[in-house]
Design a protein around this ligand. Sequence first.
Ligand SMILES: *[C@@H]1O[C@H](CO)[C@@H](O)[C@H](O)[C@H]1NC(C)=O
Ligand SMILES: *[C@@H]1O[C@H](CO)[C@@H](O)[C@H](O)[C@H]1NC(C)=O
Length: 348
Amino acid sequence: MTKSLLLAALAAISLSVVAAQGIVPLADKRFTYDNIPYRVDTDVGQPRGEQKGYNICNSTTEGPSSLCQTAFINSLDDFCLWAPAEPGHTVGDIEGEMIAWCTKPGHGTRVIPDGTILGVQFTKSPDYVQVVGFMDQTKINMIAGDAGGEMDPHGADRRGNPMGGLLFTNAWTGGMIQAVEWHNFNGANIFCLKACDPRGPRAPQMCEHIYDTQGCGFNAPSNVRNGTFESCASDSQSPPGQGPPVAPASSQCSTYESTAIYGASASVTVQIPGAATMSFTPTKGAPTTTSRPTSAASSSPGAGTSAGASGSTSSGGPAATQTGASRREEVARFGIIGAVAVLLAFAI
Ligand SMILES: *[C@@H]1O[C@H](CO)[C@@H](O)[C@H](O)[C@H]1NC(C)=O
Ligand SMILES: *[C@@H]1O[C@H](CO)[C@@H](O)[C@H](O)[C@H]1NC(C)=O
């Protein structure tokens, strides 16, 4: 390498490091529901380019071409997942460009097609709300067999995956609140989305974002069962990475037929479980109330480390190089490469 090439490389590296430092992290941005900007991500000159879609979503954006990147997790019948806008790419390849797919219309997003969701458990714990479920991931533009990966409001450059992605919920107060810390793993026909209550003390820990390759069983252990659709109160998990993953006890579960809560035949608005005054009377779909005790995550189907796991780890592909931990390592590596380049430049 000539000296000028080396200097040019050094300059490029320094610029990208300096530029990345100017970014306002997505996890530091706060929005009220009535004051969402057209695009949350403003760091358009950065290496990853512009935000894929937009955050103001309405009836004109809704439908199969929506690029809405404002998602929700309100209840068993009303939540969204981050999935590709077009088929043909693994989650790991385009986690920065994922868009919102929601169970019902009304959010200005794409609508998850009938037959996609095969079983779900919604839980509300003292620290978070969460959905974990089984799906046919090909129906939301994912590649069959893709072991998937993680979306969260962080990433190497802190612009989030997806960049500019927002998540709101009305499950905590009844009004829409931004879930600042959240994680969503989609892969191996399993999904989990957890939104951590920003008013609680443990939101960043409960929604930890560094275990990208560990999947739902590790990051969001639950009592989900394939074929069952239920909404429960729940104890809180241990924060991911702190002790073995154990599915916390869930209680006050109400179960529904999928046709009662999803698709054109949907007629039930599922109430949030676990409120101190459990006085609601579901109008339809007469839920059965059950309790299930704590169980080891590994014993429930699909709650192993499969979702978003091995594929991204073993492939050495983009997902594997983009784990939260390795992202930080990448940043650190850039610093080291820069320092080495400086030394070389002076030596030449
Ligand atoms: C609907 O959303 C689009 C896309 O974000 C935006 O350009 C438009 O202004 C919105 N319409 C209204 C009435 O808010
Ligand atoms: C869930 O159940 C459906 C229907 O029985 C089945 O086709 C699908 O493979 C199951 N999903 C997983 C991940 O086991």
